[in-house]
Design a protein around this ligand. Structure first.
Ligand code: AMP
Ligand code: ZN
Length: 506
């Protein structure tokens, strides 16, 4: 069937989406609450540090989902928050607030930390061509709502106050609901396992979690509340911001796999407890980017920054790669599979992307040379067009869609070599528009002009080395000039590990 055959039908009716719902573990047909509309919430970054490539993978996975749903004709309200308070060092309500700690160490206001890393996050999103969400709320902008829902949970008896902090009573909730429904954890086992932590003195059970925490005298981020000065817990912010903008029940909630427990499990419990409704219809979890099989993470010391990847300035990297090569690399695996980083895989991705990119440049310039039917070829071309949609509608399978785009690129190359295209016009138009749309609108693979990246990267490296030399010679005037002149044309130098320099193109 040709894709644009049924004009009266929305594309999402023609190619209904099936997605793996982490709640059921099954692939389910997407039936939205309001026909034609999708409400999607994704947990955003905690802005206390530069985002690493693993974080970027998760946001890329949801970018693809939002892009494809829109492409099918849905109106998508995509909410992705900024966590700027409440995320403690340990997910079990222990340790310092991540942002408060960084502010203390760097002797800055917490909001200076938040601004610096939110800007970095936005730069990285732009570099990877990850589109902004419809709404990007921040936790500190929703303190009143977080206090209100905490009051509601206290009134319903599902929360209790101890010494200026308020905790969610998991055991009580579990009497009438199922705590563990998403993660498959069992409350009895949870109560037995794990360490006894400091705030265990206050909690009735170690499975309980904080809705509101009393601020110690040295705690920087603090707000007045009915329970004294304090700050909200991490989980409650997402419940407040998702339901405020999407309703008490909404379609899709996403995040990285590592957020399933406790974060998302707690979100379900709080929202269900407070509103008496199941908050989310479909949960989607993106899998981890790994390095030698280990999750990429700042604390494990195996992470690298996108800017390091673009410049190649990192001990684990053989050279730099363009943002679209990296985007392509990540799209080659399904979002629900782990993806292991390696130089070999990136080198292969560079070649693969180049082929698709060249075909994209060619096809944009191509016109039909002869309007003549070619039944066998046309059947093939229309089949490729259809398979792009079928694969994307099958749980957003970017890997399989790329495989079809490679077939299409081979066809484009054949035409380019023959310098002749004899087809029925309508078929050629569908083929051409689908290739361009799948590449640019759905997969977000922007056309890159070949060769420039390596040349630019090499040039900047020359300048970085020159700057190192003049700094060693204590010629700080010249060293600052190199930095400032580069900044003026949108290239920002960044201090990396071991005195190495990276750069970022703004
Ligand atoms: P955070 O700023 O730590 O809250 O993380 C932001 C997002 O990145 C969350 O959805 C995490 O699940 C996700 N994330 C963290 N590490 C990785 C990784 N190695 N691979 C993929 N996603 C990750
Ligand atoms: Zn969240």
């Amino acid at each position: 069937m040709a894709i644009f055959e049924a004009d009266f039908m929305k594309l999402y009716e023609q190619y209904p989406v099936f997605l793996t719902n982490s709640l059921s573990g099954e692939k389910e047909k997407l039936e939205t609450l309001t026909p034609g509309f999708v409400g999607m919430y994704v947990c955003g970054p905690t802005v206390y540090n530069y985002v690493h490539l693993g974080n970027a993978r998760t946001f890329l996975s949801f970018d693809i989902i939002a892009r494809y749903l829109r492409f099918l004709g849905y109106k998508v309200r995509y909410v992705r928050n900024i966590t700027d308070v409440g995320h403690l060092e340990s997910d079990a309500d222990e340790g310092e607030d991540k942002i408060g700690k960084k502010a203390r160490l760097e002797q800055l206001e917490p909001m200076e930390i938040v601004k610096r890393y939110t800007e970095d996050f936005h730069t990285v999103m732009r570099q990877f061509n990850i589109l902004p969400p419809s709404i990007e709320p921040s936790a500190t902008g929703h303190i009143i709502e977080q206090i209100n829902i905490t009051k509601k949970l206290l009134e319903s008896g599902l929360a209790y106050e101890v010494n200026g902090s308020v905790y969610f009573d998991v055991k009580k909730y579990n009497q009438s609901h199922h705590y563990g429904i998403l993660s498959g954890r069992n409350i009895e086992e949870l109560m037995e396992s794990g360490r006894n932590l400091d705030s265990q003195d206050e909690k009735r059970d170690k499975v309980d979690f904080a809705l509101w925490k009393k601020a110690s005298p040295q705690h920087i981020m603090r707000w007045p509340s009915p329970w004294g000065e304090g700050f909200p817990g991490w989980h409650i912010e997402c419940t407040v911001m998702s339901t405020k903008y999407l309703g008490e029940t909404f379609d899709i909630h996403g995040g990285g796999m590592d957020l399933k427990f406790p974060h998302h499990e707690c979100e379900i419990a709080q929202a269900t407890g407070a509103n008496g409704k199941v908050p989310v219809r479909y949960w989607i979890h993106g899998n981890m980017l790994t390095v030698n099989g280990q999750k990429m993470s700042k604390s494990l010391g195996n992470s690298f920054l996108p800017s390091e990847l673009f410049s190649g300035n990192h001990p684990l990297l053989e050279k730099g790669y363009s943002p679209m090569t990296v985007r392509f690399f990540m799209l080659q695996s399904h979002y629900s599979s782990t993806l292991d980083f390696s130089n070999e895989a990136l080198n292969a991705a560079e070649k693969g992307f180049k082929k698709l990119n060249n075909a994209l440049s060619s096809v944009k310039k191509m016109t039909l040379t002869k309007d003549a039917a070619n039944i066998e070829l046309e059947k093939n071309l229309l089949d490729q067009v259809t398979r792009c949609f079928v694969n994307m509608s099958d749980d957003f399978n970017t890997a399989k869609t790329l495989a079809v785009l490679f077939e299409m690129a081979t066809q484009i190359n054949t035409w380019a070599a023959a310098k002749e295209i004899a087809l029925t016009e309508n078929v050629f138009d569908q083929f051409k528009s689908t290739y361009i749309a799948m590449m640019e609108d759905v997969l977000g693979l922007k056309e890159e002009t070949g060769g420039n990246h390596e040349l630019l990267n090499g040039t900047i490296q020359v300048l970085i080395n020159l700057r190192k030399k003049v700094r060693a010679d204590k010629n700080f005037v010249l060293s600052d000039k190199i930095r400032d002149d580069l900044k003026a044309i949108g290239i920002q130098l960044k201090d990396g590990k071991d005195g190495e320099m990276g750069y970022e193109i703004e």
